[in-house]
Design a protein around this ligand. Structure first.
Ligand code: ZN
Length: 267
């Protein structure tokens, strides 16, 4: 895994780029509020896959509740890994970097998110929003310690949740985009993992080279060390710059927030 802020930023960058470049489609014509909700969801979802690791920062987001959920997810992921691996797949436990690190999971998370937003009028929507806001806050402010800063983490997440709920209109087409935002966040996480570790089984259960959990990764030379100099000095700042620029383009299109300024010079 990359560090929390890099993962969260990559989710935001993915969402911003997809919406900025999708001109003329439903995704490219969101309202400003709809776009902001998507941005929070994508940043939070970019931390979601690591809930399968009981010791990851993100598994401590909601104290004992998320820690217990993470243990269960790790166990379930391990069961699925063992049940579906072939002789060629590695003999690892498969609890971490298993089911939650696949496109199948990203798609499932997207469908569940959209379904909750479009059908829920009561408790489920606030819980969903608080969940993703918590992940986003935890990812970006990963140095905040759950023991000392629990109040800050909860308070910031609650304020963000309140704003997102105010900005979410379950009846508008923007609601369907929330699922897309979650999927984009998950995929951004997979790409981040693929370039820092021994690959990510993104395409499960499609067999590649007789492996259903084939670790998709670029050549070794293109991979970096988690928290190393390449991530901190080059990749992290680059992703942040793309996130800021593409966000400005998308917001400009959604609400002309910077009148008279052309953010895509080549058009
Ligand atoms: Zn991961």
């Amino acid at each position: 895994m990359a560090t929390g802020p890099t993962h969260a930023m990559s989710g935001l960058a993915g969402w911003a780029a997809a919406t900025a470049l999708a001109e003329g489609t439903a995704l490219g014509s969101l309202s400003v509020k709809g776009w902001l909700v998507g941005a929070v969801l994508a940043a939070g979802a970019a931390l979601l896959p690591d809930l399968d690791h009981p010791e990851s920062t993100v598994s401590t987001t909601f104290g004992p509740v998320s820690a217990a959920a993470s243990k269960m997810l790790n166990w379930f992921s391990s069961v699925v890994y063992k049940a579906t691996r072939t002789n060629r797949d590695s003999k690892r436990e498969g609890g971490h970097r298993g089911l939650t690190h696949t496109l199948v999971f990203a798609l499932g998370a997207a469908v569940v998110t959209t379904a909750i937003i479009q059908t829920s009028k009561s408790w489920a929507l606030p819980v969903l929003m608080f969940f993703f806001c918590g992940l986003a806050v935890r990812g970006i402010l990963h140095k905040w310690c759950p023991r000392n800063d629990a109040l800050w983490i909860t308070g910031t997440s609650l304020v963000l949740t309140y704003a997102c709920l105010k900005w979410t209109d379950p009846t508008s087409p923007d609601a369907a985009a929330c699922g897309v935002a979650v999927a984009i966040g998950c995929v951004a996480h997979y790409l981040g993992d693929a370039i820092t570790e021994q690959g990510c089984p993104i395409l499960w259960p499609v067999p590649i080279a007789w492996k259903t959990w084939y670790p998709v990764a670029p050549p070794k030379i293109m991979r970096m060390r988690t928290g190393g100099r390449v991530e901190m000095a080059i990749v992290g700042p680059l992703i942040t710059a793309v996130a800021v620029w593409m966000s400005a383009v998308a917001l400009q299109r959604a609400g002309n927030v910077l009148p008279g300024i052309d953010l895509i010079p080549w058009t």
